[in-house]
Design a binder for this molecule. Structure first.
Ligand SMILES: [Zn+2]
Length: 323
């Protein structure tokens, strides 16, 4: 992880380094946690993301929240980590690309703006990478040397933790499991067709259920109907689980990663989804015969913010002492 220290503040040489602020800027909600050095949450809060009001407004909302939480807790913030939706240039803290739901986000120098506003170093990472970092430091994959993170939400996100560090690839797009092809031919949000996201995302689940049953329902409700034994709902969830399992098997085959953490809103249906994923994996074991451990996120809605706090901590710590 190469991160940018946008402001060389006193945070690194003062005896009290202050709290770590972890910020999760999502499409609907911005969440902040203030943590100590053990990633214990001291304070937390959230507010609506002004996603349509532009980058400045989104950054300002985050700054206000951090400032208020720090004031209320009577503590100083020493460094900021951010998990942000979109493609991120981690070296500059700039948002490179974003979906249409974020106005004025692509190109926005988020790290620089936050660092200037709060007077401490700021480090920015893609939100799915931050999610996986959170799970590796304090959640389901704690201590794993290598892991795959998948978020099944409105879309499908992916992240790779390889040999003790996030692997983002030269263009920040490594681990984008949602956009690998070979899953039918439905159009994907990215402009491609037949990507994993079209079968395993909440949107893909809802669309397939509507087409096969003639009934309109949200992904959570479809999962509940599957749990009660409804045929079309089970078939839809099985299709999503098979897609996710195939994505996992491809990753395991390529990278020999045996630990998988599944997060995102759809993963709340784990009692239905989990056994279907496990069944699909058992039917098609990797050639290495590696036992693949697939588990739901332990940190749930806090994973991105906690991972962002861990990101700031990692970035400040000497490389020799912390991976
Ligand atoms: Zn796609």
């Amino acid at each position: 992880m190469i991160q940018r220290h946008t402001t060389a503040s006193a945070a690194t040489d003062a005896p009290d380094r202050g709290l770590l602020a972890g910020i999760d800027i999502g499409g609907t909600t911005t969440q902040v946690v203030l943590c100590d050095d053990t990633l214990k949450v001291v304070a937390s809060g959230e507010r609506a993301t002004p996603a349509r009001a532009g980058g400045e407004a989104m950054a300002e909302a985050a700054v206000d929240l951090v400032t208020r939480l720090a004031r209320d807790s009577g503590r100083r913030v020493g460094a900021i980590g951010v998990g942000a939706a979109g493609l991120v240039d981690t070296a500059t803290g700039r948002i490179v690309g974003a979906s249409d739901s974020f106005v004025g986000w692509a190109g926005f120098p988020l790290g620089e703006v936050l660092s200037a506003a709060l007077g401490v170093p700021a480090f920015v990472e893609n939100d799915v990478n931050a999610f996986l970092l959170g799970e590796v430091r304090a959640g389901t994959a704690t201590g794993a040397r290598s892991a795959l993170g998948i978020t099944l939400g409105t879309g499908v996100g992916g992240a790779l933790w390889l040999d003790g560090r996030l692997w983002s690839g030269p263009r920040g797009a490594a681990g984008e499991i949602g956009h690998i092809p070979g899953f039918g031919d439905e159009p994907c949000t990215c402009g491609g067709r037949g990507h994993l996201e079209t079968v395993a995302s909440g949107r893909g689940i809802e669309r397939h259920y509507l087409v096969t049953s003639g009934r309109r329902a949200g992904a959570r409700e479809i999962a509940e109907r599957a749990a009660t034994g409804e045929r079309e709902a089970i078939a839809t969830m099985r299709r999503a689980a098979h897609g996710a399992a195939r994505g996992i098997l491809i990753t395991v085959g390529l990278l020999d990663v045996a630990t998988v953490v599944v997060g995102g809103g759809v993963s709340r249906a784990w009692p239905v989804l989990g056994p279907l994923i496990h069944a699909a994996l058992e039917g098609d074991p990797p050639v290495s015969r590696t036992a693949i451990v697939v588990e739901p996120s332990a940190l749930g809605g806090d994973a991105v913010a906690l991972g962002a706090a861990a990101l700031a901590q990692n970035a400040l710590a000497p490389r020799t002492t912390r991976a």
